[in-house]
Structure formats: C-alpha cells, structure tokens
Design a protein around this ligand. Structure first.
Ligand SMILES: [Zn+2]
Length: 174
C-alpha cells in the first residue's frame, strides 16, 4: 500500500525523534508542512527545560523575523506525541490549521482540548486534530527511551499514565 502524505511526513518527525533519542532525550520529533513541502523540523532538546519541547523548538525555527505564513497555506504540525497544553495553545495562536500526532499522551496530552467558550479571536480559527498516524513506531521509540533513561523523573514513575500506555500498546502489538 502506498504511503499517505501524513505517513510520509510523520516518518520525518520520527527521524527527528530518533535524533533526540540518540542524545538521551525523551524522543519527540515534529515537522511543520505546507502540503507535501516541509517548512521546518525539530526535536525535543534539554530534558531539564519545560519550554524545549519539539513543537516549541520547531515554531521558534519557523516563525522567525518577518515571516509571511497564513492560514490559507494549511500548515500542518506533525508530531510524534500528542501536544501538551503549551504546544497546543501555541499552535492555536499560530497560523497552523491542522495537527497530526502519532502517540496519544495519556498523562499530559491536550489534543482534545477545546477553548470553551472560545474568545472571538478563535471562533473562526478552528484547528483540525488527528491522532494515531505511525502510533506504533512512535511508541517503540518511547519504550526504548523508557528502558534506558537514567532520568530520575522517569525512573521514579513520573507520568505513569503515559508509561503504562506505552507498555500496554506494545504488549497488545506482540
Ligand atoms: Zn509540548
């Protein structure tokens, strides 16, 4: 079966996630695309910085200076993990019209969050959200990270909802 454009883009996001994994960082990768054209790509960096998520790193690369992106370009964010409140909120604020993620985040995922009531600025700026594209591939990277990380947060069972989901997913896939 030929790859869909979404799968192809998510493969680029997964490649970014692998860079983070090789650096010992929680493996989230993100790509911003206009149709089949990649506008930018990034991965999570410093574990100790709450702002250095893949999506934020990506947005800081793309939305720099006198940029000229508009909603009409149908920018799509591809990310290997359901966005958190910061990244999803930032996405709503930017001219991004669609979010596609691989793995749901049962701990801090906010992809299903809707502004209710939506302030006037956001009434006509809906963002479409879709999950599950390349879910298993993303899940495998998270498991590899969780099995090997020395970070106290993870070793002590931080984000246990997420960790349980990763292992449950891979057990059911075997
Ligand atoms: Zn985030």
């Amino acid at each position: 079966m030929p790859l869909s454009d979404d799968e192809r883009m998510m493969d680029h996001a997964l490649a970014e996630a692998r860079i983070a994994l090789y650096q010992g960082v929680f493996p989230v990768g993100a790509v911003l695309a206009a149709g089949t054209r990649i506008v930018g790509r990034a991965h999570k960096t410093m574990a100790s910085n709450h702002l250095s998520h893949a999506e934020m790193n990506l947005y800081h690369k793309v939305f720099v200076g006198d940029y000229n992106y508009a909603r009409a370009e149908n920018l799509t964010l591809y990310t290997t993990l359901e966005p958190c409140v910061m990244c999803f909120g930032t996405t709503l604020h930017l001219p991004v019209t669609r979010v596609v993620f691989a793995m749901t985040d049962d701990y801090g995922g906010c992809g299903a969050t809707r502004l209710e009531p939506a302030p006037p600025r956001h009434l006509s700026r809906q963002v479409a959200v879709e999950g599950g594209v390349r879910r298993l591939d993303a899940c495998r990277l998270f498991k590899e990270f969780l099995d090997n990380t020395t970070e106290a947060f993870w070793r002590q069972g931080g984000a246990q909802h997420f960790q349980a989901a990763v292992y449950a997913e891979l057990n059911s896939a075997n």
